[in-house]
Design a binder for this molecule. Structure first.
Ligand code: SPV
Ligand code: MG
Length: 290
């Protein structure tokens, strides 16, 4: 079954899919082994990996290269974070062709102006596009996709821009009219009540996607009670987890004056060999090297 169909089937079967952020093939392999339903090719994570802020500084080529590398290492569906779609509706048309070919199963396009500013930063300059212009981008994405199961997810940043729930609902409804398959509603409030209130006010048939980065208390059990959220994206947990581990380990090595203590607390090299599928290489060596 193609990954696009699998993602839709999993949503229908479980009612809520769990999508983990991946910034590399290794993080994707670990997410797959942990049991996630899909991967989030996160702009934030890839930006952080390159050591730059998430402000449209990473090019489409860089993002696509990483997505292709991830797609080559996992069977999980990939939800591609294409930010603003790299420009206007014409750029979106080009991007959809590229992302479908690269192996994405869905895209999320957000209604900010290009270049964007990362959503969770304090006092970020959050500028939104005119509704009609963003509708054109969603319509262009829907018209361009080849596979009807490829999801076009419209993300509104109205709450991030502090425009209020009424504006967020107005925008989300306009994006449904334009053909969006799902609506991603984002919030930077620590209290999940902003998202819960939006979800209760959302009466359209099109389901919601959330990214509980700022409001971690909204767990799957609470989300299921909302009834119209079908996808949870763990948006920056891959890069934060790996940075936590590296920061702690590197500091200990400097403090200890060597690796004599940390080596027992990190994965043995044999585990990395397993993740690299060294056994397959050894089998191929035995069979083909003469
Ligand atoms: C990302 O992971 O790139 C996101 C989620 O878009 S957030 O950074 O919280 O906006
Ligand atoms: Mg992003």
């Amino acid at each position: 079954m193609p990954t696009t169909k699998r993602l839709r089937a999993r949503m229908a079967e479980t009612g809520l899919v769990h999508i983990m952020a991946a910034h590399s093939p290794l993080s994707a392999i670990l997410a797959e082994e942990a049991g996630f339903d899909g991967l989030w090719a996160s702009g934030f994570e890839l930006s952080a990996l390159y050591g730059v802020p998430d402000m449209s500084l990473i090019s489409m080529t860089q993002h696509l290269d990483m997505l292709r590398a991830i797609a080559g290492c996992t069977r999980l569906p990939i939800v591609a974070d294409i930010d603003t779609g790299y420009g206007n509706a014409i750029n979106v048309i080009h991007a959809i062709g590229e992302y479908e070919r690269a192996g994405a199963g869905a895209v999320v396009i957000e209604d900010k102006t290009f270049p964007k500013v990362t959503s969770l930063v304090t006092d970020g300059r959050q500028e939104l596009l005119r509704i009609e212009e963003f509708q054109g981008k969603i319509e262009a994405a829907v018209a361009k996709r080849q596979d009807p199961d490829f999801l076009v997810i419209a993300r509104t940043e109205a709450l991030i821009a502090e425009l209020g729930e009424a504006e967020a609902l107005r925008r989300a409804r306009a994006y449904v009219e334009a053909g969006a398959d799902m609506i991603l509603i984002h919030s930077k409030k620590k209290d999940p009540c902003e998202i819960e209130s939006f979800s209760r006010a959302w009466t359209e048939a099109v389901p919601l996607v959330i990214v509980p980065n700022a409001y971690p208390d909204l767990n799957a059990e609470r989300v299921k009670a909302l009834r119209n959220v079908r996808m949870m994206i763990y948006g920056n947990y891959g890069i934060r987890a790996s940075a936590t581990a590296m920061q702690e380990t590197f500091r200990r090595i400097v403090a200890d004056g060597g690796v004599q203590h940390v080596h027992k607390d990190i994965l043995p090299v044999e585990e990395i060999f397993r993740l690299q599928r060294m056994d397959e290489v050894k089998a191929a060596e035995a069979r083909f090297l003469r």
